[in-house]
Design a protein around this ligand. Structure first.
Ligand code: HEC
Ligand code: HEC
Ligand code: HEC
Ligand code: HEC
Length: 170
């Protein structure tokens, strides 16, 4: 029976180790960092101080699965005139001239099997802030992995569909 015991011990040790690694991963600050962006775009400057509407730059939020990020042209609408000589704006021009989009780092993540659609939410008058927090106060956005519990909590609170896990899972 010795080999069996050894196997049992090894798998127990494996479990403990996995648990420890998971704990370290989720407890560590790096799980919620604000990734550095190719251009230090600040929501605080644009939406907080200059009061540019969210939907000016994310116009598809209300009617598409992909709210999307603004194309370089949109930045240049303003920045051909505003601080046009700023080195970061020159970098935008490089992207524009080489026909490449700015390689922004994504910060919101969803588990693969969940389908999220902004449309239903925005049409029911939820503000961006309910889900994304005070974006206009932040220079750099924080990485966030959505958990089903967050979806469910709000759905319960607002009496929205929670059989839903049929509707949400593709
Ligand atoms: C509706 C006009 C408008 C649009 C669109 C716009 N900006 Fe700005 N941006 C501003 C204004 C106004 C400032 C503040 C300029 C100042 O400080 O004098 C600014 C400042 C900046 C700065 C300077 C650093 C800082 O944060 O103060 C950077 C970099 C920048 N914008 C990048 C971008 C990028 C990238 C885009 C496209 C995703 C963009 N902007 C779109 C108006 C705009
Ligand atoms: C001037 C254009 C501009 C405005 C106005 C603007 N954004 Fe953004 N937004 C961007 C750019 C560029 C990025 C990508 C870089 C970044 O993450 O900071 C972005 C990223 C985001 C993301 C993260 C996307 C991801 O990667 O998951 C969210 C959420 C967001 N914006 C919400 C908002 C909200 C809410 C407002 C209004 C308070 C707003 N934005 C106003 C340009 C804008
Ligand atoms: C009910 C919650 C909720 C509301 C309200 C909401 N969002 Fe989101 N948003 C999310 C979730 C969840 C994701 C991640 C979706 C994904 O990765 O598929 C997301 C992703 C995004 C992204 C990144 C999309 C991309 O292409 O990667 C942007 C930009 C964004 N939201 C902007 C907005 C703006 C602007 C508003 C207000 C007009 C808004 N959101 C309102 C939950 C919400
Ligand atoms: C801040 C509150 C809030 C959060 C967070 C939220 N929802 Fe919702 N959701 C709602 C409301 C309110 C409705 C009802 C809209 C309507 O009746 O048209 C809704 C509707 C839906 C629907 C349509 C259901 C139907 O009746 O067919 C789906 C699918 C959905 N949400 C998925 C999600 C997912 C996935 C998440 C998490 C990533 C999420 N929601 C997070 C408030 C929220």
């Amino acid at each position: 029976m010795i080999p069996n015991k050894a196997a049992l011990l090894i798998s127990l040790a494996g479990l403990v180790l996995t648990g420890l690694l998971l704990f370290l991963y989720f407890a560590s600050p790096s799980a919620s960092i604000r990734p550095e962006q190719p251009i230090p775009f600040s929501h605080n400057v644009h939406s907080g101080i200059k009061r540019i509407q969210c939907q000016y730059c994310h116009p598809y939020a209300a009617y598409s699965n992909f709210p999307g990020l603004p194309p370089v042209e949109k930045c240049l609408h303003c920045h051909n005139y505003i601080i046009a000589e700023h080195p970061w704006i020159k970098k935008e021009h490089d992207y524009f001239e080489t026909n490449s989009s700015t390689p922004w780092k994504k910060v919101n993540y969803m588990p693969e099997h969940v389908v999220f659609n902004h449309q239903r939410h925005i049409n029911s008058d939820l503000s961006c802030r309910e889900c994304h927090g005070r974006v206009q106060d932040q220079h750099r956005l924080k990485r966030k992995t959505w958990r089903m519990g967050e979806c469910l909590n709000c759905h319960k609170k607002m009496d929205a569909n929670i059989d839903c896990w049929l509707a949400c899972h593709s």
